[in-house]
Design a binder for this molecule. Structure first.
Ligand code: SF4
Length: 493
């Protein structure tokens, strides 16, 4: 029996339940103390956004643990420089905490910039830097003057808010680059792709689609990102924002100061991917050939993947999934994709969703779906068991929860090595969902196994033998002293 903390109750809604009719979900607030939130800290929020800028130097000003925690945190690919994959840290120690870490930071930056010749440097402030009060901006200014490159402080002290504040700090740092490059050669049909981080090469797939439509992609923020592209990104005519939680703030600043409108899109699933292409084609209506090419591309791609998707759907109909992701915009796409595969979303939540996001989730989910903001492992475990889900879709921190419960898991977050965006990604996703859900291993999960049936089968399996009492090698479904079975090779001679 897992109880909910009373302070958390307002952040959970059951569609069609009492709370759904009367209450708006509480969200966008600091995590409840003691709840052990799944959320990352402010620093981590900024690190995941900026990390894919491949030709920049990334220096974590803080104790080594902050750098280790976020080292190579994304499966983000680069088509060139690999500098971004290093995790440089000032490794603050006790004496630095007492006397200040500014000198150490300045010395580290000068040495690193001389050695690596980056196009720009991002300096991340962590909790302890906020506590001791190092003037990171002053150090950045001095080093920029000495080296001639942009040295950008990221004000991301871990304790000062939620992960969303980290996104904002990252956008503020990026915005110092925007507007400083030459835009003279940019096409009138041009876009920036915001909130796409090139996990497993996804940005390359998306960029290629737009190229086939005849649209120039000026800059991708930040997947496979380049400082020079970001500097001229204000020359694009439209911003397409995918991970809206992380990048809407930047898009709004670019709209305010450079007059670039933005649209929210998603590249996950057939519906959303196609809508993202049509959105750009509609915007450039002065050239009707762009829309014609978009229609042709969608027709071709969908015709290629549809038969395979139908094959997976037949195996997945009626299965249930739980989704827990960083930004809720991804959750919308996942609910739609699962429905297309014949599956039901029984639990869905995010670390950083706002009221509008949750309202939209309530609209698109089926009755009975549990919607949760800023969850913790115990809540997620409770809801997965209650709904008896077949699959958990999440990130690195959700994987052990799923496996401990004996539930299939699909990684839709930082570390994955397989593209799940675009049309090709839709097939990869369906394949992965099918492989996870249909794996025969789950029949042995304690909560699922029919113990009598398993023991009867083991009794007839030559690979297994009755275990001597107390041998310590018994399978999880065996009760000590009650007809235990072990692998034959483990029975002592
Ligand atoms: S910034 Fe603070 S909360 Fe974040 S990893 Fe470092 S010490 Fe932990």
């Amino acid at each position: 029996m897992i109880e909910l903390l009373p302070d958390r109750e307002k952040q959970i809604v059951r569609k069609g339940g009492d709370s759904d009719a009367t209450t708006e979900i509480a969200c966008g607030k600091a995590s409840t103390a003691g709840a052990v939130s799944q959320r990352a800290c402010v620093f981590c929020g900024s690190r995941v956004v900026l990390y894919p800028v491949a030709d920049a130097l990334h220096v974590v000003h803080g104790p080594i643990g902050c750098a280790a925690y976020t080292w190579d945190i994304r499966g983000s690919q680069s088509s060139g420089p690999q500098l971004y994959r290093h995790s440089f840290s000032t490794d603050l120690q006790e004496m630095d905490v007492i006397y200040g870490g500014e000198k150490k930071l300045e010395a580290a930056l000068l040495e690193l910039i001389e050695h690596h010749q980056p196009k720009a440097a991002f300096i991340y402030s962590t909790c302890i830097v906020g506590i001791i009060g190092d003037d990171v901006s002053a150090v950045c200014k001095r080093v920029a003057a000495k080296t001639g490159i942009p040295v950008l402080g990221v004000h991301s002290e871990g304790f000062k808010g939620t992960k969303k504040d980290g996104y904002k700090a990252a956008c503020e740092a990026l915005y110092k680059l925007v507007g400083t490059g030459d835009t003279s050669s940019i096409s009138p049909h041009s876009i920036n792709i915001l909130g796409e981080f090139n996990l497993a090469g996804e940005a390359w797939i998306i960029r290629d689609y737009y190229k086939r439509l005849g649209i120039e992609v000026v800059s991708t923020l930040t997947g496979d990102g380049r400082v020079d592209d970001i500097r001229r990104s204000h020359g694009a005519k439209l911003n397409l924002v995918q991970c809206s939680g992380s990048m809407t703030y930047l898009a709004k600043m670019m709209e305010r100061d450079h007059g670039i409108p933005f649209k929210r899109v998603s590249y996950f699933g057939i519906e959303d991917m196609s809508a993202a292409l049509y959105e750009a084609a509609k915007f450039f209506k002065d050239d009707p050939t762009i829309m014609a090419r978009a229609q042709e591309l969608v027709r071709e791609e969908v015709a290629t993947i549809y038969p395979e998707l139908q094959r997976f759907k037949q195996k997945l109909i009626g299965k249930k999934a739980a989704i827990y992701v960083g930004g809720s915009f991804k959750a919308f796409s996942l609910v739609r994709i699962l429905r297309m595969l014949g599956m039901e979303t029984a639990v869905v939540g995010s670390q950083t969703g706002d009221k509008d996001d949750y309202r939209q989730l309530q609209e698109i989910c089926d009755p009975g779906t549990i919607i949760v903001d800023d969850a913790n492992p115990l809540e997620l475990a409770k809801f997965c068991l209650e709904k008896d889900v077949d699959l958990f879709i999440g990130g690195v921190k959700e994987r052990p929860i799923a496996y401990k419960l004996g539930i299939g898991f699909c990684d839709h977050n930082h570390e994955r090595k397989e593209p799940l965006a675009g049309y090709v990604g839709m097939v990869n996703f369906a394949k992965e969902v099918y492989a996870s859900v249909a794996s025969p291993v789950w029949q042995f999960a304690p909560r699922r196994a029919n113990r009598a049936a398993v023991l009867a089968r083991l009794a007839n399996d030559p690979d297994f033998k009755p275990a001597p009492k107390g041998c310590g090698n018994c399978l999880p479904e065996c009760t000590p002293g009650d007809g235990q079975f072990v692998r034959a090779t483990l029975v002592p001679a």
